[in-house]
Design a protein around this ligand. Structure first.
Ligand code: SF4
Length: 492
């Protein structure tokens, strides 16, 4: 176990892409000899220790560099249950030390040309640029903040290369007129309903089109998931295109899990040219949830926050990731996932703020089953002063059965089903009206959620029960309920 990290290092160090000169190889060996035992260093060559409370983030089995994924818990990492979530530990230590503000800085994806090489030579070069005299003066001056400014002047240019220029600030979108119908409705103050459709497993699009036609009159937008649970399905952009052809408003979900930096930029340019305007950036479920044989699980080229930063800069600054100027930039409305019940709400709120700073204009939360506990998360978000910068759509899943409720609670990272809801579903199962009870629970939740300050709508995740969505929308939005007692209802 490395001296200063609460994680457990077993992943091997990264290897350099090409053979390096002797002095670079020697420096890399010395760096590994020092940082390996102390921090479990994997020699990523793009060191972030100063930003992560001296805990190496590359202990994260997904290789995330901007914070935890939505599956983070205080107890364990969902990808590798034998170890703690290293990002939970980083947040915990940063909050304890009072240095959590630095976690807001949007950090770049790895420069893989540096992988396996020393990170020290970049620091030495930068220190040389500043000059030994200036560094000593800065570190010894009594003026408040002088020492930290001096340290930052050395490390910031190293961790924030010219082509990235990440920071901790909010960047308001540089356009005023809504670019999508979803954005227009949210701006107009409507209580918006979005619904999710899982893309088909084959090229047969009959059910997909049927679902689009079914939902279109009732919702402002339809989300198309992107390989949920790491199972291959029709691509989200193709489903989005079908939705456009049928006159519906799509939200294209993009999972970082399956994207490289080149692939992401190509895909959003194509999707925007096809008319897709709403894009939801996600880190994506780990391969560990999908069927084998498994692809590489320890490297995600980009994370959701980096995707937001890249897409926002493409749109607002006409820049590709590498800093080149772009002609005719794409237009889109950017969204992100939020997970109120993962790990610790304070930590989640910081992560949501980072997403908003990076470019998220709307959140679609993970499924919520406890409307009262949601207040704590909304309060934490409010404290971070982002409630007026992002539209929030709360995730609601009508439960079709007790089995699904129990599965969600036990197996899906970031979802918490309270005991009383599990009990209601179990009783309903025994008495033979599970679907009616699931519907009733969803309606009760929406009733409570729609009056909460800071909530702008709901996001329905019917998971194969799309036919229930019209009824939920009609009843939840104040229409006369079409049933009086659960047993008299025929549902879905
Ligand atoms: S961030 Fe990279 S260089 Fe720094 S300790 Fe971790 S693996 Fe090593």
């Amino acid at each position: 176990m490395p001296g200063f990290t609460p994680g457990r290092r077993y992943q091997p160090p990264f290897m350099p892409f090409k053979r390096q000169p002797f002095e670079k190889r020697a420096l890399a060996k010395i760096e590994l000899a020092v940082k390996g035992p102390l921090f479990g260093c994997r020699m990523c060559g793009n060191c972030l220790l100063q930003e992560t409370a001296l805990i190496c983030p590359m202990e994260c089995p997904k290789g995330l560099r901007n914070g935890p994924c939505g599956g983070s818990t205080p107890e364990k990492c969902y990808v590798d249950e034998s170890r703690p979530c290293i990002w939970y530990k980083i947040y915990e230590r940063s909050f304890k030390l009072g240095c959590e503000a630095i976690l807001l800085e949007v950090l770049p994806p790895m420069d893989w040309e540096k992988a396996g090489m020393d990170a020290w030579s970049d620091v030495f070069i930068q220190a040389k640029k500043i000059g030994v005299k200036n560094i000593v003066t800065g570190l010894t001056q009594r003026e408040a903040g002088s020492a930290s400014k001096t340290v930052d002047s050395i490390f910031r240019p190293v961790r924030q290369p010219e082509w990235w220029q990440g920071d901790s600030l909010y960047h308001a979108p540089k356009y005023t007129e809504p670019v999508s119908e979803l954005e227009r409705r949210l701006k107009a103050g409507e209580f918006v309903v979005a619904a999710e459709v899982t893309p088909p497993l084959s090229v047969n699009t009959d059910k997909l089109k049927e679902n689009i036609e079914l939902l279109k009159p009732y919702v402002a937008a339809i989300n198309f998931t992107d390989g949920p649970s790491a199972i291959p399905r029709m691509s989200s952009w193709a489903c989005s295109k079908f939705a456009l052809e049928l006159g519906a408003e799509p939200v294209m979900q993009i999972a970082a899990r399956d994207r490289t930096r080149v692939g992401l930029q190509s895909e959003v340019l194509g999707a925007a040219a096809l008319g897709v305007r709403n894009m939801l950036c996600l880190t994506g479920d780990s391969m560990v949830l999908g069927p084998g044989p498994r692809g590489r699980m320890d490297i995600v080229d980009l994370d959701a926050i980096q995707m937001l930063w890249i897409l926002r800069r493409m749109r607002d600054e006409s820049k590709y990731l590498d800093g080149r100027e772009m002609k005719n930039p794409p237009q889109y409305f950017l969204g992100a996932a939020a997970t109120p019940f993962a790990s610790n709400m304070k930590f989640q709120a910081l992560r949501e703020q980072k997403k908003v700073n990076a470019g998220a204009q709307f959140f679609q939360t993970n499924v919520v089953f406890d409307a009262d506990a949601l207040d704590e998360w909304l309060n934490e978000i409010a404290k971070r002063d982002i409630l007026d910068k992002v539209y929030i759509l709360i995730g609601i899943a009508p439960l079709k059965s007790f089995k699904i409720a129990a599965y969600m609670n036990d197996k899906i990272p970031g979802i918490f089903v309270p005991e009383k809801i599990l009990k209601r579903m179990e009783d309903a199962k025994n008495k033979g009206y599970e679907k009616e009870e699931g519907l009733q629970i969803a309606l009760e939740l929406i009733e409570k959620i729609k009056i909460k300050q800071g909530v702008h709508g709901i996001h329905l995740m019917a998971i194969g029960w799309e036919e229930i969505v019209p009824r939920i929308v009609l009843e939840a939005l104040g229409y006369q309920p079409s049933f009086s007692s659960p047993k008299s209802v025929v549902v879905g």
